[in-house]
Ligand binder design. Sequence first.
Ligand code: NI
Length: 150
Amino acid sequence: MAIRNIVKNGDGLLRKKSRVVEQFDQRLWTLLDDMTDTMRKADGAGLAAVQVGVLKRAVVVEVDDQLIELINPVIIEAKGKQRGAEGCLSFPGEWGTVTRPMHVTVKAQDRYGKEFTVSGSELMARAFCHELDHLDGKLYVDIAEEMIKE
Ligand code: NI
């Protein structure tokens, strides 16, 4: 496991669409392990592969000590609304007010390619939406009502 560099605001890579993962191999597992290490070191609640420079549809989310790896994730249900502060490890020292669904269900594959669904509310739902947006080159600053800088 290793800490990787986080791609920062202004790097065009963050605007690219990530590719579907087809190989569930050691290379993917190393990437996921490194993403978790990198997210934890940076004290984040989620990280997308593009944020460590890899255009693969892979995400890690960790909320309330629950670590979830999502490969090729898709939101299949979203309910309710929450409005609150959101940040991104690619935008250090910045936060914005973003409205997201309160409950989100995601269908994804695990690191071995097995399909599963997972539901989350509040911060978990926010993290799912934020990280999945990264896979399509979307950034929270595009939809933030106002930005707060440190
Ligand atoms: Ni982010």
